[in-house]
Design a protein around this ligand. Structure first.
Ligand code: C2E
Ligand code: CA
Ligand code: CA
Ligand code: CA
Length: 282
């Protein structure tokens, strides 16, 4: 009866308005989600496309809502960004992900998994204490700074002087910086000159098109990003690889690292450890 009532409500409510209401409620619920342990992390392996070994993993936040069930990050991350809740949420993700990498390395050796990728929102980069926070997490977990890859988007990098100083300080700390969703932004090339970037992460939307004979545009972007990375001595990573053909094509283009459902979906820590052991011994 409850589900039917909800459906009726949704039909009468104009789309925009119901979204606003929904966001307000989500925001207040998100506030307690960390405390109530409703948030957890899934880890999607990043593979070395040449050796086939796992090189690292990207931490992806999940919210198991007691009533709504699984809420996708694409729904609550934007809400968290607007309300500022992304700051405590992001702090939790950073610490949890680094602790997890330290546990894997303690159990399986540092060679079994080298790095952890953590998504960082613009709001976090604007916090005055962010660099100190990263330094504290590294020191508490005993990770070496190069083990941590912070994924930032082009738009958040363009946020101004303070963010640029923060990225410079993180770089000096030895943390690696990845430009996420690369190719989707506006001023990619000038960004690369102005910021201490280590990794270019090609967006899935380009990977989707590379084996489509009709789609020369996306193929060209994918190939150009790999070339650019090589010239600038950066790592090129491809995300959202779903087929063997895409994997082969990206490898030919020069992508050394990749992630996608073809190799592995986001996993629970124990599942990833199992896969790590399996792929680590040829
Ligand atoms: P993203 O950083 O671009 O992450 C990649 C997304 O693509 C993930 O979705 C991942 O599960 C999905 N994906 C990976 N491989 C494949 C594939 O082969 N096929 C398909 N169809 N999808 C694939 P997810 O986990 O839903 O995350 C969505 C976005 O939410 C992320 O996009 C990221 O922008 C944001 N996000 C997730 N966790 C965090 C976080 O802890 N902090 C912040 N600030 N943002 C986060
Ligand atoms: Ca990412
Ligand atoms: Ca991405
Ligand atoms: Ca993406």
């Amino acid at each position: 009866a409850k589900a039917a009532g909800k459906a009726t409500w949704a039909r009468f409510e104009p789309r925009m308005r119901s979204e606003v209401v929904n966001h307000a409620r989500l925001g207040s619920e998100l506030h307690n989600a960390i405390i109530r342990h409703e948030l957890y992390l899934a880890y999607q392996p990043v593979f070395d496309l040449v050796t086939g070994r796992m090189s690292g993993a990207e931490a992806l936040v999940r919210w198991r809502h007691p009533v709504r069930g699984a809420v996708p990050p694409a729904e609550f991350i934007p809400v968290a960004e607007r309300s500022g809740l992304i700051v405590p949420l992001g702090s939790w993700v950073l610490r949890e992900a680094c602790e997890q990498l330290a546990r894997w390395q303690a159990e399986h050796g540092a060679a079994a998994i080298r790095s952890i990728n953590v998504n960082v929102a613009a709001r976090q980069l604007r916090e005055a204490g962010f660099v100190d926070e990263v330094a504290a997490v590294l020191s508490d977990t005993g990770l070496i700074p190069a083990n941590l890859v912070l994924e930032v988007t082009e738009s958040s990098v363009l946020d101004g002087r303070q963010v640029r100083d923060t990225l410079q300080a993180l770089h000096e700390l030895g943390v690696r910086l990845a430009l996420d969703d690369f190719g989707t932004g506006q001023s990619s090339l000038s960004l690369l000159r102005a910021f201490p970037v280590d990794v270019l992460k090609l967006d899935k939307s380009f990977v989707d098109g590379i084996c489509d004979g009709e789609d020369r545009g996306r193929l060209a972007v994918a190939a150009a990003v790999a070339q650019l990375a090589e010239y600038l001595d950066l790592y090129a990573v491809a995300e959202g690889i779903e087929t063997a053909a895409q994997l082969e094509r990206l490898r030919e283009m020069g992508y050394r690292l990749g992630q996608g459902y073809f190799m592995a979906k986001p996993l629970a820590p124990a599942e990833l450890a199992e896969l790590m052991v399996r792929t680590g011994r040829p």
